[in-house]
Design a protein around this ligand. Sequence first.
Ligand SMILES: NC(=O)c1ccc[n+]([C@@H]2O[C@H](COP(=O)([O-])OP(=O)(O)OC[C@H]3O[C@@H](n4cnc5c(N)ncnc54)[C@H](O)[C@@H]3O)[C@@H](O)[C@H]2O)c1
Length: 452
Amino acid sequence: MPVDLNKTASELLSRIERCEAKIGVIGLGYVGLPLAHALHQGGLPVLGFDIDQGKIEAIAAGRNYLVHLGNELVTTLRDSKRFEATTDFSRLGEADVIIVCVPTPLGRHWEPDISYILETAKAIGRTLRAGQLVILESTTYPRTTRDDMMPAIMAAAGERGQSLEIGRDVFGAFSPEREDPGRKSHSTSTIPKLVGGLDEASTELACAVYRKGVTTVVPVASAEIAESAKLLENIFRAVNIALVNEMKVVLDAMGIDVWEVVRAASTKPFGFMPFYPGPGLGGHCIPIDPFYLTWKAREYGHSTRFIELAGEINTSMPHYVVDRTVRALNGHAKAMKGSRILIVGLAYKADIDDVRESPSFELIEMCRHHGAHVDYFDPLVPATWAGRKHDLKMQSVKLDAATVASYDCVLISTAHSNVDYGLIARGAKLVIDTRDAMRSFEKEMGERLVRA
Ligand SMILES: NC(=O)c1ccc[n+]([C@@H]2O[C@H](COP(=O)([O-])OP(=O)(O)OC[C@H]3O[C@@H](n4cnc5c(N)ncnc54)[C@H](O)[C@@H]3O)[C@@H](O)[C@H]2O)c1
């Protein structure tokens, strides 16, 4: 059924359809930059905002700080008359549609930190005018768009004497980003986009925006459905990864190879989906987002036992891996104290340079705590920088035969594809493999290879 739009909404809709509506994207990171590119490719003019001057300068220099996406994405934008990037938030009033892609981390006590959304909301409110649509993409707990972001925008607008009404003068929606950095089979424009508005007009307008740059747009009944669906997707992953990690510990004790078990189960054509074990959860989403729901559930007198159990199992994985390493070194008549350990892979997943929440940091700190000397090798992360929890001030070593031979143990934490695993197989005294990267060298390595 076509939605009955008032004059303000109808005018915005036709501006979007004619590609005249300017899109402001706030936060040009892993989510915002590819989104800006996809909408720009769809013909819309895009104005990017970020507080990080370095990102604006990198775009101007044609350098993509998201290395896995390549420089061409940035040069296409830079060389276009339909794109600009700025740190000047007073220009937010120029945008007809504002899409918020700022971080949503956890605080020190694992509570949601939506301060970035609220700061951004205030900035939007300072220039809010009739005919603007604001869409939140940052992952967050249900009702954030309606109960937190929009009220903060309206309060800031009210301070300027603006009396605008949501659904009549301005519009709001939530549309989750479902990006999986490094995945070659999908991109921002091919991953179906869920869109839920605060009202029917907002849904209609937000869908029209995304149809310009995304192949499949899926409207849902409300912003809350879209917010909750995103959390369900991430919780589903966290819980299933925990399940397979638990299987790993049990099967390992029984001398059964969990990787072969997962491959065997995957031959079932229905009712099973493979998840793989690892040294712990990493990245901006899976270790963090589920706890947004845990926090919100308490407000309604509920606990989220699945989420907390999964969190417990997944956060225990680095301990398990270190314990396996201690035992394996012991088997080679070596104590961890005083041994030299090389961690391979600092990024949280293969073939990207993102180290946020990477379990490799936990592994490094735990091995050091046990008295080991630890270095790392990661072709995509030449040096560490200060993160939320760690500031290791380390640099990647070079991977050559002499380097490999100089360590008592090589611990594979992330299996980037452009690493010479043959070199490791030939030269390492002991390899702890948490990613099944060494399968093809199993025979030649014998007892020098331990899966953990
Ligand atoms: N990275 C992913 O794969 C992914 C996938 C799905 C959802 N998400 C969600 O998307 C959101 C953004 O994540 P990301 O990975 O793009 O983060 P990011 O850190 O890569 O990018 C965020 C950007 O926002 C900028 N920023 C911070 N505060 C700002 C402010 N007040 N105003 C303007 N810009 C500001 C930062 O400088 C940075 O460039 C998060 O909620 C995240 O959970 C991320």
